[in-house]
Design a protein around this ligand. Structure first.
Ligand code: HEM
Length: 387
């Protein structure tokens, strides 16, 4: 019976697929272009001076997972763990199965898969090293409503990919290999405008519908390197990552008209261009006045409050949307910077004091990690701390 049902369903599937195909696909002609190379085969190098989350244009899907070390996990165990996870990442990102991969076929189309590792304060302490002062929870801000279940963590796995199936497989392999050493603290899944659906370089939209990510150093650029890279000790060539989970209230946002929406940021909803004119990548003119002598950009508009006031306040944002029936909607707002206290905290403090967006947004999670440098073939991520 099962076989019969299976056959029928498969048959219907084929019929439907055929129907759709014949309705939509134009008849081949001499002018039909050659097929595009498949996105699945695109590979991001794993080995290199920096870990890949910094250098690659953000992929469509991401999973940030924070793990806590099991009691008694010492420096030698951490080295074993990081060797194992690095080996998994080096294979999977290049389209090869992990060692003892239970579903090896799922590794063959990596679709720009990257794996990036971060160390929380507990990891560095377990390694027997001094925990830097900045590797600690950010100061409490008045707008924070932080929940334990989205905050902190000893070891971060950031896995990102253009294909959610490949992503899930890679995440599962890493989790399996980490299980003997760690327990799961939180998992945050996010998505961006799908790779390949808009012209390369198109800025993503968040779930408020805003163009989000315009003023941001480009991945792999000299400007980004200046803002994010450290030059000290075991973190030389590495950076730091702050993961903030920010809930966005779409129901109350629904009550705001389009001029109000644009005013809250200082940029137009339609295309992200400044309210003071021009196109998306033009600067917002914060000094512009309207006919009545009032500022065109509201004094509490998000970009007025968030804009860097010194070169120190530049950081790299890599945000992902989240949305689910159980957890609501928001941003997994991540920033990379050489020093979160010097670069990010002053900006977050200004936003906490006044930012129109606070009407609809609430930080509900926060975690800080050290992102060690990348490694060469044969090495492993974390060797500068653990060797
Ligand atoms: C700019 C949205 C939280 C820092 C922007 C823009 C939007 C936006 C639409 C304008 C386009 C762009 O340049 O990207 C949001 C939303 C947030 C949020 C919806 C929360 C859910 C934050 C937080 C920070 C931040 C927490 C920092 C602590 C910035 C910076 C800019 C910016 C630095 C560029 C400012 C400039 O120089 O023009 N954000 N943002 N944002 N945001 Fe946010």
């Amino acid at each position: 019976r099962d076989l019969l049902t299976g056959g029928l369903v498969a048959g219907w599937g084929a019929a439907i697929a055929l129907g759709v195909d014949s309705a939509r696909r134009p008849a081949p002609t001499a002018a039909t272009p050659a097929p595009e190379p498949l996105n699945g085969t695109v590979v991001v190098p794993f080995h290199g001076p920096q870990q890949a989350a910094l250098t690659v244009t953000p992929q469509t899907h991401s999973i940030h997972t924070a793990l806590d070390l099991r009691p008694g996990t010492d420096r030698a165990a951490l080295a074993r763990l990081m060797r194992l996870l690095t080996d998994d990442a080096a294979r999977l990102t290049q389209g090869r199965p992990a060692l003892a991969d239970t579903e090896p076929e799922m590794a063959s189309t990596p679709a720009r898969l990257t794996v990036t590792f971060g160390f929380g304060p507990g990891f560095v302490a377990a390694a027997g090293a001094d925990v830097p002062a900045w590797l600690a929870p950010l100061p409490a801000f008045s707008i924070d409503r932080l929940e334990e279940r989205w905050s902190g963590g000893d070891l971060l796995l950031e896995v990102a990919c253009d294909d959610p199936t490949v992503l899930a497989h890679a995440h599962r392999m890493l989790r399996k290999d980490a299980r003997a050493f760690t327990t799961v603290r939180w998992v945050q899944q996010g998505f961006r405008t799908a790779h390949g659906t808009s012209a390369p370089g198109t800025t993503m939209r968040n779930l408020f519908g805003q163009v989000d990510g315009t003023v941001n150093p480009a991945p792999g650029s000299a400007e980004q390197a200046r803002a994010v890279l450290r030059s000290d000790g075991w973190l030389e060539g590495g950076t730091t990552l702050v993961v903030r989970r920010i809930a966005m209230n779409l129901d109350t946002w629904d009550e705001v008209d389009r001029p109000g929406r644009g005013a809250s940021v200082g940029r137009r909803m339609s295309d992200g261009a400044p309210l003071t004119g021009g196109v998306e990548h033009d600067d917002v003119d914060l000094d512009a006045l309207d006919g009545t002598g009032l500022p065109v950009v509201n004094i509490a508009a998000h970009v007025r409050r968030a804009r860097a006031t010194t070169p120190d306040e530049v950081f790299y944002r890599r945000a992902y949307n989240y949305e689910s029936e159980t957890d609501g909607a928001g941003l997994i707002f991540t920033t990379y910077q050489a020093d979160p206290v010097r670069q990010l905290v002053p900006v977050q403090q200004r936003l906490a004091e006044a930012d129109l967006l606070n009407t609809w947004t609430t930080p509900i999670g926060s975690a800080v990690f050290a992102i060690p440098p990348g490694c060469a073939p044969g090495g492993y991520v974390g060797e500068t701390l653990l060797e």
